[in-house]
Design a protein around this ligand. Structure first.
Ligand code: IDP
Length: 136
């Protein structure tokens, strides 16, 4: 049975400052993922700590923190069949050097930190992350 899902997507500060929000959104829409809610905001250090709490003791956390508070982000809820998995496929590997050709991170990512996009990685994280940013 086809499973209609919702997932959280964040266009990160590197992509917002490069002016490629539209190019990224086009990829979702042309893949059949609908944007059902969206907003721009700038994260605080407390919010990054909360949102990326599982990574707080990792070696890359300081860089991740600095990067994620460095400018506005574009947060959106994507909806579609198998949206969680399909969004992850469209995004590509965390490391743009390992991402498949044609994925967002392959095309626009600069490094593991500056990797353009976030997407929920499971049903439970999608639920938590959507509720974190939206009241729906
Ligand atoms: P994901 O964004 O592909 O789901 P996660 O492992 O959840 O990857 O990591 C969250 C974010 O932390 C990544 O998108 C990236 O910005 C950063 N990150 C993860 N691993 C590394 C690393 O090895 N070096 C630098 N940054 C990393």
């Amino acid at each position: 049975m086809i499973q209609k899902e919702r997932t959280l997507s964040i266009i990160k500060p590197d992509a917002v400052s490069k002016g490629i929000i539209g190019a990224i959104i086009s990829r979702f829409e042309s893949s059949g993922l609908l944007i059902v809610s969206a907003k721009m905001l700038q994260l605080t250090t407390d919010q990054v700590l909360e949102f990326y709490n599982e990574h707080k003791n990792k070696f890359f956390f300081k860089d991740l923190m600095e990067f994620m508070i460095s400018g506005p982000i574009f947060v959106q809820i994507l909806e579609g069949n198998y949206a969680i998995r399909r969004n992850r496929e469209i995004m590509g590997n965390t490391d743009p050097m390992k991402a498949l050709a044609g994925t967002i991170r392959f095309d626009y990512g600069e490094s593991c930190t500056k990797n353009v996009i976030h997407g929920s990685d499971s049903e439970s994280s999608a639920k938590y992350e959507i509720a974190y940013f939206f009241d729906i």
